[in-house]
Design a protein around this ligand. Structure first.
Ligand code: C2E
Ligand code: CA
Ligand code: CA
Ligand code: CA
Length: 275
């Protein structure tokens, strides 16, 4: 009826208003959170398939939001990108990650650490100077910090992107392509970028063995350009067996463990299952 329809519209508007308000509040809280450094990293181990050893970790950001608990990145990364807060947040992630990598080195742990870099952060003029500053720290583990960028970053002026990637590599960082195979990427340019790692997106790993031809293609591409291939989101022994059989270098996923806080990660390395 007409009455019900009107109520429906009112209800809908209220809902929209509530969502917008929640988003505004999140944005305000995020601004404060960036200043008061409410962010931490969790670490997900990277398994070297051949040796069966943990050779590194991926740092994944979490927001320790007062009165909310731990907030996952999908709830705030896009807001940070839209508002430009990602520059500050991204800086913090790199600082925390590099400090942790230096601490592990001091503890005698030989680990590679991957850190996520958003497209906006990559194109920011402050990005290279920040990387330079971080790499100049005492005991910085040159060659052991890998920056994960997405294919989106590779769109645009290939010459200037290649130059930027070369400059980053020259500072001692390695470059991984995250979520490989899901975005647009002009494959003819892949070989011109100094890439050390391709990370196969979880959506392909999920679909094994049906997606086998695509995964094999990426494994071959990785070999051709001298990049290791990491499979993300490995959840079953069947998936891992397939990857062993097809000589994938590394695996990451819930089968090995979910991302852990730093204490949990260190306990995991010592062979203790997290509680
Ligand atoms: P990503 O870089 O593709 O990270 C992998 C995501 O998959 C992580 O979610 C991880 O917890 C999850 N994952 C790992 N293994 C499995 C598995 O076996 N099964 C399933 N279903 N999921 C698995 P998380 O931590 O929620 O991060 C989500 C996304 O947020 C990341 O996707 C990345 O794009 C972004 N992100 C995380 N940390 C940062 C950061 O420091 N900076 C930026 N710019 N983005 C970040
Ligand atoms: Ca990643
Ligand atoms: Ca990924
Ligand atoms: Ca992803």
């Amino acid at each position: 009826s007409k009455q019900a329809g009107r109520n429906c519209v009112t209800f809908f508007n209220t809902e929209m208003g509530a969502a917008a308000l929640a988003r505004d509040q999140t944005e305000v809280a995020l601004k404060r959170a960036v200043q008061t450094k409410e962010f931490i990293l969790h670490y997900q181990p990277r398994l070297d398939i051949r040796s069966g050893k943990i050779v590194g970790a991926e740092g994944l950001v979490r927001w320790n939001r007062p009165e909310h608990g731990l907030v996952m990145p999908d709830a705030f990364i896009s807001i940070c990108e839209e508002t430009g807060l990602i520059d500050e947040l991204g800086k913090m992630v790199l600082e925390i990650g590099c400090a942790q990598a230096i601490a592990w080195r001091h503890a005698g742990l030989d680990l590679d650490l991957s850190l996520n870099v958003s497209p906006r952060q990559f194109s920011d003029s402050g990005f290279l100077p920040l990387l330079k500053k971080l790499a100049s720290q005492t005991d910085f583990p040159h060659g052991h910090i890998e920056l994960e960028i997405t294919e989106t970053v590779l769109i645009g002026d290939h010459v200037s992107i290649a130059e930027k990637l070369k400059a980053i590599t020259a500072m001692g960082y390695r470059i991984a392509i995250d979520d490989f195979g899901t975005g647009y990427s002009n494959l003819s340019y892949i070989s011109r970028f100094p890439l050390t790692c391709l990370k196969i997106d979880r959506s392909f790993v999920d679909q094994l063995p049906t997606s086998g031809p695509i995964v094999q293609l990426i494994l071959t591409l990785g070999q051709q350009i001298g990049a290791r291939v990491v499979s993300e989101g490995v959840e079953t022994q069947e998936q891992l067996d397939w990857l062993i059989e097809h000589n994938c270098e590394e695996a990451q996923g819930y089968l090995i463990t979910r991302p852990l806080d730093v204490d949990g990660f260190e306990a995991f390395l010592q062979g203790n299952a997290p509680t």
